[in-house]
Design a binder for this molecule. Structure first.
Ligand SMILES: Nc1ncnc2c1ncn2[C@@H]1O[C@H](COP(=O)(O)OP(=O)(O)OP(=O)(O)O)[C@@H](O)[C@H]1O
Ligand SMILES: [Mg+2]
Length: 407
């Protein structure tokens, strides 16, 4: 498998893609889980802080305790310490007694402000159970002024909760842009190689062909050879060489698309192939219409049909039937289905057959279908794919072409 060794990288590409995707998923999941762990720990810490805070408040309100300076200092330190966690204190009738770390609109009336705070407090209660503060009245021994402290985790913690998502999105966007840039430059490089090789080949073939033509003319002028049939054969071979040159030079430049009869082109390729393959291989062209017009570059399109039919012949090991079926699928599109009765393509390989270098043949380069795809998709803006394939039964390749110049 000469081609396979050279282009091995193309077959590993899809595996590599899965490895990269799986790694990215593991990293993302890991970072989200780890941050969650941190968030939960910090939540617990904030909760115990707010309990201490509530206790301090209760203590400060308790009249049975004679507050000396030290205690006052400690409790105030704790109360002032909280400059991150939003909290609201209301009595049991939902009268707002105080709040901290909540931004309020100072232009609003007090009633409106309290209404808003009440709403916020109820919201807070859905997430964190409010803490009851009930200082004892020393005279009765009963709690008086029962209040509730509503709270929520700090904004810092909210930021931490969203942080991994923001970070991962930024990385994903960056990765996507980098991937696009990379694959664009790779495609551009491939294009240069294809075009450069094709131009060079056409150029190199030019000189010996014109020389051959001159020699044939010279021989024809000689009476000794004038009516010899080998000259006709030589003429045919030169014509074939010229066709090859034309194909290479078309692929090396921007090919011109013309209105062509697809049925006639298919017929021509079939005629050409019939003379070259075993008589046990039948090649037929089928079409509902006598002619079907599409926009193609004839030399390149012939090349595509020829490549697919040659593969079909290879797949049939000398005996079988190739059908080229041409259909006007719609006002816009033409289907060309090339079906063989060969060995078929295993399902796992179907996606790979168009990769440059994919071959299962001893003498194959794995370039036939890569070239066909390039010609159909890049130059004709059409599509080519394996329409159906069953191991042991055969394969159908479908080409979709445009009937209009600018679809
Ligand atoms: N009609 C078909 N039936 C079964 N297998 C096919 C058929 N057409 C293509 N393949 C498979 O796809 C592979 C790639 O085909 P492609 O034409 O690109 O390269 P190749 O024929 O191996 O070599 P090259 O065309 O460059 O001489 C083939 O080696 C073969 O395994
Ligand atoms: Mg081939």
């Amino acid at each position: 498998m000469a081609g396979a060794d050279v282009f091995n990288i193309y077959q590993n590409k899809s595996n590599l893609r899965w490895v990269v995707l799986a790694t990215a998923a593991v990293i993302s999941l890991g970072s989200i889980l780890y941050t969650n762990l941190l968030v939960n720990k910090l939540k617990e810490r904030e909760r115990s802080f707010i309990r201490l805070y509530a206790k301090t408040l209760e203590f400060a309100l308790d009249e049975s305790v004679t507050i000396n300076q030290d205690i006052n200092f400690i409790s105030e330190e704790i109360i002032l310490q909280n400059n991150t966690m939003p909290l609201i204190i209301m009595d049991s009738l939902e009268k707002v007694m105080g709040y901290r770390n909540i931004k309020v609109d100072s232009t609003k009336s007090e009633a409106a402000l309290h209404e808003k705070l009440r709403k916020m407090a109820r919201n807070m209660a859905t997430e964190y159970k409010p803490i009851r503060i009930a200082p004892i009245n020393p005279a009765t021994g009963e709690p008086y002024l029962v209040q509730f402290l509503y709270y929520r985790h700090s904004n810092l913690l909210t930021q931490l909760i969203y942080y991994p998502y923001v970070q991962l999105s930024v990385i994903a966007v960056f990765g996507f842009i980098a991937y696009m840039g990379f694959s664009y430059s790779r495609t551009a490089e491939q294009n240069r190689v294809w075009v450069g090789m094709a131009k060079e080949t056409a150029h190199q073939l030019g000189t010996p062909i014109s020389s051959l033509m001159a020699w044939v003319e010279y021989l024809k002028a000689d009476e000794q050879f004038a009516n010899n049939e080998f000259l006709d054969e030589l003429d045919k071979d030169i014509a074939k060489l010229q066709l090859i040159t034309e194909r290479f030079s078309s692929i090396g430049s921007v090919p011109v698309l013309n209105e062509e009869d697809i049925v006639a082109i298919a017929g021509k390729v079939a005629d050409y192939l019939r003379t070259r393959v075993s008589s046990k291989v039948k090649i037929t062209v089928e079409s509902m219409h006598k002619s079907v017009i599409g926009y193609v570059n004839a030399p390149l399109f012939e090349w595509v049909i020829e490549n697919i039919c040659k593969n079909a012949v290879d797949a049939m090991a000398g005996i079988g039937h190739i059908t080229i079926k041409i259909q006007q699928a719609s006002d816009w599109r033409i289907f060309i289905d090339i079906t063989d009765t060969g060995k078929g393509i295993p399902p796992a390989k179907i996606k790979q057959v168009f990769n440059p270098g994919f071959t299962t043949k001893k003498r194959g380069w794995g370039l036939g279908l890569a070239l066909a795809k390039r010609i159909i998709e890049n130059y004709h803006k059409g599509r080519i794919f394996v329409h159906a394939s069953e191991p042991g039964k055969g394969t159908t390749f479908r080409i979709i072409l445009n009937r209009q110049k600018n679809p």
